[in-house]
Design a protein around this ligand. Sequence first.
Ligand code: ZN
Length: 275
Amino acid sequence: MDRNPGLEKLCLHTITTRPWSLDEAVDAYCANGVSGISVWQDAALKTGLSQAAKILSASDLSVVSYVRGGFFPHPSDIQRQKAIDHNRKMLDEAALLGAPLLVMVCGASPDQSLATSRDQILTGLESILPYAESLGVRLGIEPLHPMYADTRSAICNLQTANDIAEKLAHPDCGVVVDVYHLWWDPQVEIEIIRCGQAGNLFAYHICDWKVPTVDMLNDRGLMGEGCIPLKQIRGWIEKAGFQGFHEVEIFSEHHWNRDQHEFLRDIVRAYQDHS
Ligand code: ZN
């Protein structure tokens, strides 16, 4: 199928249109010229995995990633083993859905130091990499904004994510650059180039940072609604050699409460005008 000019790299995360079932999302994305889909686990499980796999393979959308594994750190050995088992299951699901990448939100525990959590993340990634490789699914470490360092991620900037990816030095382990988490960092241009040169730039997520942001999790903006220099960051990504999808990932109570068809039309427009 000829894709709409200018939208060849546009991908949506299912969570962006959370009110829709996977079926509804796939139909609407295709009807609006979207080229790729990143599938969140809740959307896939609600539909049923094998049904979800059928819907995806029958569509014209490229499956870009499965979201999200990780959450390795925990003071308890048993809990850490559970996390590793859970990640293996996520890898099975990603493979079943035809997703080439599992996005890793690596986790943190407020009951231990961030350095300990980072060690456990490294161990966790190391232990699932051979399995990921056997399934043909890559792992993408996504650094999160430091406001999530308590429970969601001990990896709070791109430098730390690059350090871990380079330490693991495995072709199936790389990094996910999400503008929402990284736009503020004075080192981000240098680290994006470093990431690309090391062959570790696996994915690129976009949205905007609203002013003011009224909720730490669910108040992300549509591109152009906030203060992230999206075109500048896109320039750095391209300079780093990245040629993959531009994935729109917006958690927003405000936008979820709107008519999702209207929201999707706004996303396509905002993607063309502001990113
Ligand atoms: Zn992201």
